[in-house]
Design a protein around this ligand. Structure first.
Ligand code: SF4
Ligand code: SF4
Length: 187
């Protein structure tokens, strides 16, 4: 399957599986999704508090050269919970498929975990001790919420949608969320 086909297969399955979740589980997903957004915004805020504009413009987005597998099921669930339109990737070029003419196609609260926690040395070098502590604390919070998602479904989600789509849906004929009795019981 091409990347486009894996993407389409994955998001169709995820939307279907999400809609089929029992109400208590969906409510818990919505709570965690709100926490993900809050932590991602806090991380973004730490970075915008220092002036990265000139550095990033000079570098021309080196950290967005590759990102095909960065978007995970959890990142997408945050949009699904809100009924928000999902990002439309473009796989026809040799850079990140979620990169548009004006930067990432996803707003900071919806950006992939891997991307939102990444700061290169040049950016971290602009931060003082207290700014770094605030950044690390927000990252810890975000990691903890992703961990809660994985506990809830009893499944690892960090592999990225395209990988999970191929492995779980195409090769194993299984599901993305792998909802089972355990997840329902714990919701
Ligand atoms: S965060 Fe660092 S690597 Fe990414 S665009 Fe800015 S300067 Fe470049
Ligand atoms: S998903 Fe967005 S932030 Fe992440 S690498 Fe791609 S363009 Fe950059």
């Amino acid at each position: 399957m091409t990347d486009e086909e894996l993407w389409r297969t994955g998001i169709d399955a995820l939307a279907r599986e999400y809609r089929a979740l029992p109400s208590p589980l969906r409510e818990r997903v919505a709570e965690l999704a709100a926490q993900v957004k809050e932590a991602k915004l806090a991380l973004h805020d730490c970075v915008t508090a220092v002036d990265i504009g000139a550095i990033c413009a000079d570098c021309r987005g080196e950290c967005c050269a590759r990102g095909k597998n960065h978007v995970t099921v959890i990142d997408l669930l945050v949009s699904l919970v809100e009924g928000r339109e999902l990002v439309t990737p473009f796989f026809g070029h040799d850079i990140c498929p979620y990169l548009g003419a004006n930067g990432c196609l996803m707003a900071p609260p919806y950006r992939p975990f891997t991307c939102i926690i990444f700061n290169c040395d040049r950016v971290e070098g602009l931060m003082g001790k207290s700014e770094k502590e605030r950044l690390y604390e927000a990252e810890r919070r975000l990691r903890a919420v992703y961990g809660e998602f994985e506990k809830l479904f009893g499944k690892r989600f960090m592999a990225g949608l395209l990988i999970m789509s191929e492995r779980d849906l195409v090769l194993q004929g299984s599901t993305l969320l792998g909802v089972g009795n355990r997840a329902i019981k714990e919701s």
